[in-house]
Design a protein around this ligand. Structure first.
Ligand SMILES: Cc1ncc(COP(=O)(O)O)c(C=O)c1O
Length: 305
C-alpha cells in the first residue's frame, strides 16, 4: 500500500512540508541501521482523533534510545505534544504515526559520540497491515528459516531500525513462499514473535504469549490485549511456546499496532479453527477500546485536541 502523503512532517521541532522532509544520503543511521522508531495509531473517537497509548509508545522510544546510548534531545512530554500536533494539523480522523530518531549527517564511522540526533514524526492514513480480511479469514503463517536476533546480538527490547533487517528477511521469505507472515523462533528454538507482531496461542483453556526473554518485543498491543482478555474472564500467561504448540493450538492470533488483532488460519499448512471465539471476542473489545467506546479503557486514548 503506497504511503499517502499528508501536508506536513515534524522535523526537529519544525513542521515542514511533506516533500521537504528529506535527509542527506550520508546520514549516519542510513548506513549503520542506528535509528530508533515507533509505530503508533490514532483513531477517530467521539472527542475527535485520539492516539492510542501514546505516552507508552514515546516512553518505549526513550527506552530504545537508552539501550542504544542515544541522547534524545526531546523529553517524553515534548514528543507526546509534538505527536499530537502532527495528528491535529494533518486533519485526519485516524492515521498511522511514525516517530523516528536517528544519527544525522555530519560524521561517518561506527562511533556515534560526535553525531547529532535528529527526530522526525510523520503520519498518514494506513489501513489493516495484514489485509482487510485478516480478522474474518485469518492469515497464513510460516515458521521462518531466519532466527530472531538474540539479546546479546541486537536487543529486541529496542525498536532499532537495524533490527528490522532480520524481520524483513523473514517477511519476504514468507511472502515469496505464499504465506502472509513469518513466525520467528529464537536461538533456543522456541517461538518469539512474528516479523512485526506479537502472537497469542490458546491451548488447554488459556492464552499464552511469549515474553521479552524469548526475543519478542514487549508489545503495547500485547499488553492491551492481555488486559482485555483477563477482563473477559480469560486466563493469560506469559510463557514459552514451542513450535508444535502452534500446530495444535485451539486458536491463535497475532497483535500489533499496525496489525491490530488478526486471526491465524494456519501455521505451516496445518489449519487452525479461525477465527476462534477468544480471537473474535478480544478483537471486538479492542476495536471499541481504541475508538474510545469502552469506558474501561478510556485512559488509553490520548486526545489530540
Ligand atoms: C517486531 C515487533 N513485534 C511486535 C510488535 C507489536 O508491538 P506494538 O503492539 O507495541 O505495536 C511490533 C510493532 O511495533 C514489532 O515491530
Amino acid at each position: 500500500m503506497p504511503i499517502e502523503p499528508t501536508e506536513k512532517i515534524w522535523m526537529n521541532g519544525q513542521m515542514v512540508p511533506w516533500a521537504d522532509a528529506q535527509i542527506h544520503v550520508l546520514t549516519h543511521s542510513l548506513h549503520y541501521g542506528t535509528g530508533i522508531f515507533e509505530g503508533i495509531r490514532a483513531y477517530e473517537t467521539a472527542e475527535g482523533p485520539a492516539v492510542f497509548r501514546l505516552t507508552e509508545h514515546i516512553e518505549r522510544l526513550h527506552n530504545s534510545a537508552k539501550i542504544l546510548m542515544m541522547d534524545l534531545p526531546y523529553s517524553v512530554d515534548e514528543l507526546v505534544d509534538a505527536t499530537k500536533q502532527v495528528v491535529r494539523e494533518s486533519g485526519l480522523p485516524s492515521c498511522y504515526i511514525r516517530p523516528i530518531a536517528y544519527y544525522g549527517y555530519g560524521e561517518m564511522g561506527l562511533a556515534t559520540s560526535a553525531c547529532q540526533t535528529d527526530v522526525a514524526i510523520a503520519c498518514w492514513p494506513w489501513g489493516a497491515y495484514l489485509g482487510d480480511d485478516a480478522l474474518t479469514k485469518g492469515v497464513k503463517l510460516k515458521i521462518s528459516s531466519w532466527q530472531r536476533h538474540d539479546h546479546n546480538i541486537m536487543p529486541p527490547a529496542s525498536k532499532t531500525t537495524g533490527n528490522y533487517a532480520n524481520s524483513t528477511l523473514a517477511k519476504m521469505e514468507a511472502l515469496r513462499a505464499g504465506y502472509d507472515e513469518a513466525v520467528m523462533l529464537n536461538r533456543a528454538g522456541l517461538v518469539a514473535e512474528c516479523s512485526g507482531e506479537n502472537l497469542f496461542v490458546s491451548r488447554g483453556g488459556k492464552l499464552i504469549t511469549p515474553p521479552l526473554s524469548s526475543g519478542a518485543l514487549e508489545g503495547i498491543t500485547q499488553n492491551s490485549v492481555s488486559v482485555i482478555a483477563r477482563d473477559l474472564g480469560l486466563e493469560v500467561e506469559i510463557g514459552d511456546i514451542a513450535r508444535s504448540d502452534l500446530y495444535i493450538a485451539d486458536e491463535m492470533f497475532v497483535v500489533g499496532t499496525a496489525a491490530e488483532v488478526s486471526a491465524v488460519n494456519s501455521v505451516d499448512d496445518r489449519p487452525l479453527p479461525c477465527p476462534g471465539p477468544a480471537t473474535t471476542a478480544i478483537a471486538e473489545v479492542y476495536a471499541a477500546a481504541v475508538r474510545g467506546k469502552d469506558d474501561r479503557y478510556l485512559s488509553w486514548c490520548e486526545s489530540v485536541a
